[in-house]
Design a protein around this ligand. Structure first.
Ligand code: MSP
Length: 645
């Protein structure tokens, strides 16, 4: 079995976990689950970074001993992951004696071979980064990440001969295009390496810091934070002995954000080279989650806690949002509104509706069993082909950490399947016994499409995929290659109609009707409803939920004609984005030829109705102004089918 090893950064315990930490860890969890779906033997590692001045200061602020402090915050990180369905295999703490022993072993080896030396250094030190910064890296004299001025520090210390490996590193990055991805970060590192590299200060005198790992060759010093932290990627595998190291290290990949690019792309590979170890395979670098254009971070005090969001939205919804909303490598803006919108639109409307409509039809029209498919028509075949093609796109994108693209490919099939229901109209087929085979094909095609969607959702939304798999009776499907073929569902096997996948969530707004007011209106017999509870301005209002149930879409009129014997009705063929017929009562206000090419707003999920013998699938919105009827329009052209909300 091929091995796969993926790590997150180990997080500083000077702050509690927030959504920024959660993002890297969700990414790593999703990729590890995906690699398992490919049949690999996966090792997923995370942990906490517990040494350094920052942590000593945080403990002092909290008025507890450093040990008590690191134990408490490390436990918080460990506890933050299961509620997000994140399941690491190893959790490394840099205060673990085993890790400390490995770091000391490495220091001694590199010192013995002459790559660590003693010298004096003066430089600009940022406490937040725990590293010296160059003048060039400052913005207006301040650290760009912490917005504080660095201190000028001069002291005797030990140094790692990093400069010795500069040429090797440039060559390695140049020969391995995927070593640092996405490409923008590879370019950034190569451009940084055009200047001569300075050697890396790797120690702190114990007069200034005691909370660190003592240098094995000079007990007056402890090791500097990066030489300690980066080695967690090896110590977690039991380096230098142990089978895990030889099994997983050759396939190691790391996930980080751009803040720690330099340590991972420069310090770490040169350290490995000095140790005589092959560098990791790939470094995946993502951007920042911002709140109102500023990086979400403890020091700026604008963080969102994962626990809060999981309680409000559920783990899968949060995971889906993080992976769908951010283009890996670029920054993204975080807001609860955006999360709510994705939850209600992509999950409740698109996926949730497809799942529940399909299963309800199987229950009502096929006695809750997988039906026998008949000969497929073109549109049945098209959906099947799209679902299979999606598997390929999904793999290609996930292999390159392009989660938003992989999910867009899945949602494209979800949207096709929803349109397929509208155009095949199983509720009409069921009325005609002659169409029984066709009905079987349509329902089978929908169930197979849902099975493939379930398969690819396992890494992204494990709980939802498990519920879907249960309903479809495919809980044993856990391999993308074996199960990614068409036609595995066995006709006659049972389908269970489970609970709704995603509850629709309501935005908390000032003008949202209060639940108890509605209740009071429904239960007037208690006689307890106050005047305020039945305020007249509430009459006639609909809930946000009811509004969201209306599917308003942009439709482009591609053909229009009069309906024989009717002076009021026009038959419109529209694209929304699939083609459909809508009968509109606008013949006295518009000539057919002036309508072609116009974009209008339609109600897309209105029950079909027959008007003068023509089936209408939806309604065109228009304003009534006295005797005039004026069609709805948009202020600019948009893609047909776009949702109006
Ligand atoms: N302890 C070091 C890492 C050592 S790894 C050998 C460290 N810790 S940290 O707690 O500051 O974590 C930084 C990491 O947290 C980022 O690289 C990223 O993975 C994650 N993020 C923290 N804030 C973030 C955002 N606002 N947005 C995205 N990711 C963020 O650096």
């Amino acid at each position: 079995m091929t091995a796969y090893y993926l790590t997150t950064p180990i997080f500083y315990v000077n702050a509690q976990p927030h959504m920024g930490h959660a993002y890297s860890t969700v990414v790593a969890d999703a990729v590890c689950r995906y690699q398992r779906l490919l049949g690999k033997d996966v090792r997923f590692q995370t942990g906490t970074d517990e040494h350094g001045d920052k942590i000593v200061h945080a403990a002092a602020d909290a008025e507890v001993s450093v040990k008590e402090y690191v134990d408490k915050i490390s436990a918080m990180f460990k506890a933050a992951w299961p509620p997000l369905a994140i399941v690491p295999d190893t959790f490394v703490r840099t205060t673990d004696p085993a890790h400390m022993g490995v770091v000391q072993g490495v220091l001694q080896q590199v010192y013995d071979q002459g790559d660590i030396y003693f010298s004096e250094y003066t430089g600009l030190y940022c406490k937040g980064c725990e590293q010296f910064l160059t003048e060039k890296e400052l913005v207006d004299g301040k650290c760009p990440d912490h917005l504080t001025e660095p201190d000028q520090i001069s002291e005797q210390n030990y140094f790692f001969r990093m400069s010795k490996y500069q040429e090797w590193l440039i060559d390695h990055i140049s020969k391995n295009p995927e070593f640092i991805t996405p490409e923008r970060y590879r370019n950034e590192v190569l451009s940084f390496l055009k200047e001569p590299l300075e050697d890396l200060c790797i120690s702190r005198p114990t007069t200034r810091l005691t909370w660190g790992i003592p240098l094995p060759f000079d007990s007056r010093f402890v090791t500097y934070v990066w030489f300690d932290a980066l080695i967690n990627y090896l110590s977690g595998l039991g380096y230098p002995a142990g089978q895990d190291f030889s099994r997983y290290w050759p396939v190691a990949e790391h996930v980080i954000a751009k803040d720690i690019l330099k340590p991972h792309a420069i310090y770490w590979p040169t350290m490995l080279k000095a140790m005589g170890i092959e560098p990791y395979k790939r470094l995946h670098v993502h951007g920042y989650w911002n709140m109102n254009e500023t990086k979400m971070s403890k020091s700026l005090g604008n963080v969102v806690r994962p626990g809060e969001l999981v309680t409000e939205f559920g783990a899968d919804s949060v995971r889906y949002f993080l992976l769908r909303e951010m283009s890996f490598g670029l920054d993204a803006g975080f807001s609860k509104e955006a999360l709510m919108a994705r939850h209600n639109s992509d999950l409740t409307n698109d996926l949730g509706n497809l799942f529940s409509r399909s299963l309800t039809m199987v229950k009502n029209f096929a006695a809750s069993c997988v039906p026998q498919p008949g000969t497929p028509s073109d549109q049945d075949r098209e959906l099947a082909e799209a679902a299979l093609a999606m598997l390929g796109h999904y793999r290609e994108h996930l292999d390159h950490f392009a989660f938003h693209r992989a999910l867009a490919a899945v949602w494209e099939v979800i949207s096709r399947a929803n349109k397929y229901i509208v155009s095949t109209q199983p509720w009409e087929l069921v009325k005609d016994p002659q169409q029984a085979a066709q009905l079987g094909t349509v329902l089978y095609t929908l169930l197979e499409t849902l099975r493939l969607i379930t398969l690819v959702l396992h890494p992204i939304m494990p709980e939802t995929a498990a519920k879907m798999a249960e309903a479809l009776g495919v809980t044993d499907e856990n391999n993308l290659s074996d199960c990614g073929t068409w036609g595995r569902l066995v006709p006659g096997s049972a389908i269970t109609h489970g609970a709704q996948l995603f509850p629709r969530l309501q935005q908390e707004t000032k003008d949202k009707p209060q639940p108890q007011k509605n209740k009071a209106k429904k239960e007037p017999s208690t006689g307890k409803a106050s005047a305020a509870e039945t305020a007249p301005e509430e009459e006639g209002l609909v809930t946000f939920d009811a509004f969201q149930n209306l599917e308003l879409r942009v439709a482009e009129i591609v053909a229009a004609e009069k309906i024989a014997k009717s002076d009021r009705l026009l038959k419109l063929t529209v694209k929304a984005p699939e083609e459909r017929t809508i009968v509109a009562g606008i013949a006295q206000h518009y000539q057919p030829e002036e309508l072609v090419g116009r974009q209008v707003i339609i109600v897309a999920n209105l029950k079909p109705a027959k008007l003068m013998g023509v089936a209408s699938h939806g309604m065109v919105l228009a304003a009534k102004d006295g005797d005039r009827l004026v069609l709805s329009a948009l202020s600019g052209p948009v893609a047909p089918g776009s949702r109006v909300a």
